[in-house]
Ligand binder design. Structure first.
Ligand SMILES: Nc1nc2c(c(=O)[nH]1)N[C@H]1C(S)=C(S)[C@@H](COP(=O)(O)OP(=O)(O)OC[C@H]3O[C@@H](n4cnc5c(=O)[nH]c(N)nc54)[C@H](O)[C@@H]3O)O[C@H]1N2
Ligand SMILES: Nc1nc2c(c(=O)[nH]1)N[C@H]1C(S)=C(S)[C@@H](COP(=O)(O)OP(=O)(O)OC[C@H]3O[C@@H](n4cnc5c(=O)[nH]c(N)nc54)[C@H](O)[C@@H]3O)O[C@H]1N2
Ligand code: SF4
Ligand SMILES: [Mo]
Length: 691
């Protein structure tokens, strides 16, 4: 008997959320319903510990506001007024509208908009892609999360993977740089705690004394977007003090002699002026780093959501190449480990089904602008696994785009999100616990399988079910649209180009649950770097050709301040506005769960330094408005010295409520970062006033 049919029991599951930990879960089922979610103690990395968010997952699955039937809009866009229709009516409507649009404007008038609301590869890099490939729609550049940093990393290291988790316990110095891992990667904290018991020191470098900084041994605050300058200052001292590993640099790097000259101008005094960090602290940090036996740097996502985000990551990624930390088990750095688990995307996504090979691509960070395009306008949007009205920058423009009367929008989600409220048609999505899917992790090296534990609630359908149904309804008669999930998984894992996947099979997943990648090739990590030179590129010709500095460099933010350029009276928006994730939501997911809202003080909070609060006449707990030319919204002030003066912080991506805007992204820019066309959420300036 399969899991769905069993009324009672404890069943294995995978956390589907966009979180590096990809925990193994156990779902307790009673009378056919999930009543409890806990960690699976047998998962080698996550070991039975899970976050509070997912412990409350049942509340989300059975939330009274979950969308259970197809809905058709009956009021103005954004009003949230819908009537129930049948699946047959919904599918018929989509196929008719799409056929008309294709005839009149061509298939590129249709744009999918998706991200990783469910990390299952069949859901977001599988049947969905097949459908849009066969349709010939415009393509989305998925740049909203880490693309600036990934490209910065790749220009230095080549391959999209770094230090793997298990070794971290051996490190004696751990630097968490621009990340808030207590909230965003809790199992890394568990491993670091082990290292700490053996004497390791933990340093956090951030613009905010976040939860992770409070837990660290040493917190170093700096001005936003100045991380490259700090990394270059550390390099300056490492060369000066001969704390570099000459033979390592000789063997494994390109451009160390040029770099040695280059960093002479980044003396500690200059770096201190830019970053706001005292000279003594820069000296001490560099000495600690240079003298550590096994140093490890966790490069967070926060510091790459900036105009200079690619370079920030690149500069930091150069540090272990100077000391040779890569030679130690657990040494080095990680930005993302997604490279180890790449799957057979040709088989999964079937790009061969696309007939128009030069289809236009639209950057998801600029969806507001894209929806305002007059020429070759986007006439239809299909949103799934994402909530762009809340998560995309310059949100008022995004909202205006979604409000266009002539735009035909379909949203597939579990809830009537702020985005779904603008849809013409809302389709009910099954949760991952109601579906079959395959999960990797962008941090650890275990692959997992999800099999359905309960039946889809109401009339909801998984992404795979939906897109295969739609494909067939649109006359796509290829076998690709009737393939079973199991067969898709087999094809995804059959990928000799990625040797790490050796031995990972559907059968192994069914019997063992957690199947580790074959990490043998990692032993040759330094010998097989996929940069153009095959070495760690301290000097990058590719960057030079792209018109960017070939060596790590501090480039000030386009919108923002540093220690050398503080705001003046002429600056209307003198505060830097940073809006990173909070502890209890996952991006905007869970922002509608009452228990978790309560743990986040029920509403958006603006942390403001006492000096700034005093100058603006703001007291703790009162309501304020944060604003700039892009928009404004109301928050509750929390006066605190967790940042340097001049920086304000609001954590968490909130949905609007009762007509009140609660979206941080009304203030953020849709400019693209220096690399990877990435998002620049945190290079935003604002002013704040009493409400
Ligand atoms: N609880 C929870 N967990 C999550 C998420 C969530 O929303 N909630 N989101 C998931 C996703 S999609 C991602 S990408 C990861 C992200 O998780 P992390 O890698 O931890 O990155 P962020 O939380 O985005 O940002 C971390 C820190 O960057 C800091 N920061 C901002 N600008 C700068 C700067 O210029 N320099 C430095 N040094 N620091 C800066 C912010 O203050 C913040 O403390 O977390 C995942 N896990
Ligand atoms: N200001 C600011 N903005 C940010 C960030 C920030 O730090 N600050 N972080 C950015 C980052 S790093 C990221 S990754 C993005 C994340 O942005 P998104 O990927 O849009 O994340 P969510 O807001 O969690 O939205 C995911 C949606 O997918 C839905 N969903 C879940 N499972 C399924 C499924 O199986 N099928 C379908 N069809 N839908 C499903 C959920 O209900 C939810 O509404 O946000 C970015 N935006
Ligand atoms: S959100 Fe992250 S920490 Fe929480 S259960 Fe999921 S994978 Fe684990
Ligand atoms: Mo992300």
């Amino acid at each position: 008997m399969d899991m769905v049919e069993q009324e009672n029991g404890i069943f294995p599951a995978v956390c589907p959320l966009d979180c590096p930990d990809t925990c193994g879960l156990l779902l307790h089922k009673k009378d056919g319903k999930i009543v409890k979610v806990e960690g699976n103690p047998e998962h080698p990395i996550t070991q039975g510990a899970i976050c509070n968010k997912v412990r409350n997952m049942a509340e989300r699955i059975y939330h009274p506001e979950r969308v259970l039937y197809p809905l058709k809009r009956s009021g103005p866009k954004g009003s949230g007024e819908f009537v129930r229709i049948t699946w047959d009516e919904a599918i018929q409507e989509i196929t008719e509208r799409y056929s008309d649009l294709i005839e009149q404007y061509g298939p590129e008038s249709i744009l999918p908009y998706s991200f990783y609301g469910n990390m299952g590869v069949l859901s977001v890099d599988g049947m969905d892609r097949r459908f849009f490939n066969a349709l010939g729609s415009s393509q989305l550049k998925q740049t909203i999360c880490n693309s600036a940093g990934s490209v910065g990393w790749k220009h230095t290291m080549g391959f999209g993977g770094g230090t793997t988790p298990e070794g971290i316990v051996n490190a004696d110095l751990i630097i968490v740089w621009g990340g808030n891992i207590i909230s965003t990667n809790m199992h890394q904290v568990m491993l670091i705690e082990k290292a700490r018991k053996s004497g390791a020191k933990v340093v956090v470098i951030d613009v905010h004394r976040n939860r992770t900084a409070q837990w660290a041994d040493w917190f170093i605050p700096l001005y936003p977007g100045t991380d490259s300058a700090l990394a270059l200052g550390i390099m300056h001292i490492l060369f000066r003090e001969r704390l570099v590993n000459e033979s390592f640099m000789e063997q494994y790097t390109l451009g160390h002699e040029e770099l040695r000259e280059h960093v002479k101008s980044y003396n500690p005094e200059r770096v201190s002026r830019i970053t706001g960090i005292p000279v003594e602290d820069i000296e001490q940090l560099a000495m600690m780093y240079g003298q550590a036996k096994t140093s490890y740097i966790q490069i967070g996502n926060g510091l790459q959501h900036h105009d200079n985000g690619g370079m920030n990551v690149r500069s930091i990624a150069c540090l272990p190449a100077l000391t040779g930390a890569w030679l130690q088990d657990g040494g080095g750095a990680t930005k993302s480990n997604s490279g180890y688990q790449s799957m057979n995307s040709d088989k999964l996504e079937r790009p061969d089904l696309r007939l128009n090979s030069d289809t236009r691509t639209i950057n998801m960070n600029q969806i507001g602008e894209a929806l305002a395009m007059q020429e070759q306008p986007i006439k239809a949007l299909f949103v799934y696994c994402s909530n762009p009205v809340v998560v995309a920058p310059d949100s008022k423009r995004v909202q205006a785009g979604f409000a266009r009367e002539d735009l035909y929008t379909v949203v597939h989600d579990l809830f009537l999100t702020d985005t779904a409220r603008y849809a013409d048609l809302v389709l009910p999505a099954a949760s991952s616990f109601e579906s079959t899917d395959l999960f990797g992790s962008y941090w650890h090296q275990y692959i997992q399988l999800q099999e359905p534990v309960i039946s889809p609630l109401g009339e909801s359908k998984s992404n795979v079910q939906l897109f295969s149904l739609l494909g067939r309804a649109m006359g796509m008669d290829e076998e690709a649209f009737s393939q079973s999930e199991e067969s898709m998984i087999e094809e995804a894992l059959n990928y000799p180009s990625n040797p790490y996947l050796n031995g990972v099979t559907l059968e192994a997943l069914q019997t063992q649950r957690f199947v580790k990648l074959d990490m043998t090739p990692q032993q040759f990590y330094l010998e097989q770097l996929s940069t153009p030179s095959g070495k760690i590129e301290l000097y990058s010709n590719a960057l030079e050709q792209a018109g960017l500095p070939p060596m790590p460099e501090y480039v000030p933010l386009k919108e923002g301040y540093d220690g050398e350029r503080r705001p003046t009276r002429e600056d209307n928006y003198p505060l830097m506005f940073i809006s990173p994730p909070n502890h209890n939501f996952l991006n905007s997911t869970f922002s509608n769960v009452a228990k978790l809202q309560k743990m986040e003080q029920q509403e958006p909070v603006l942390q403001i330094h006492p000096q700034d609060a005093e100058a603006l006449g703001i007291s703790d707990g009162e309501h304020v408005e944060a604003f700039n030319d892009r928009g404004s919204y109301e928050l509750k002030a929390s006066v605190t010295d967790k940042m340097l003066p001049g920086t304000v912080i609001s954590q968490g991506l909130w949905w609007d409520k009762d007509g009140r805007t609660r979206r941080a992204n009304v203030l953020t820019p849709d400019r693209l970062a220096d690399m990877g066309e990435g998002a620049t959420f945190f290079s935003a300036t604002v002013q704040v006033r009493r409400k």
